[in-house]
Design a protein. Sequence first.
Length: 134
Amino acid sequence: MKKIEHLGIAVKDLKVSNELFSKLLGTAPYKEEKVASEGVATSFFQCGETKVELLEATNPDSPIAKFINKKGEGIHHIAFEVDDINAEMQRLEKEGFVLINKVPKRGADNKMVCFLHPKSTNSVLIELCQEISE
C-alpha cells in the first residue's frame, strides 16, 4: 500500500456538508460525482496529499443510507492507494482478510476499488483503490 488516498465521510446532505468542509479546509471541492451502482453522490476535497470524500445516499437502500441510519454521519471508510489492486487483494485474502467484493469495480474519482469487510479489520471499513489508466 502506498498511502492513505482518502477518508470517506458519510453525510446526510452533500450541499450543506460541502459548505461546511469548504469553510473547514479553506477550499472548494474539486469534483462532484454520482456512482449509481453504489447509490451515492460524492464530492472530493484535496487536503495536502490526502483527499476527503463526502458521501450522500441517493436511495434509501444504499450502503451509505444504511450506515447513516445505524451510526449517523461520520467517518465511513479509509481508502489506501495501491499500485496493483488485484495483487493486493490476493495478498490480503491470503493473510486472512475478508474481501467484500471478489473483483475490483469502478468507483468514484477514476478509481478501481475493492472493500475489506470490517469484521476482519477491527471494525474499520477499508477501501483499496487504484487509478484507472486510460
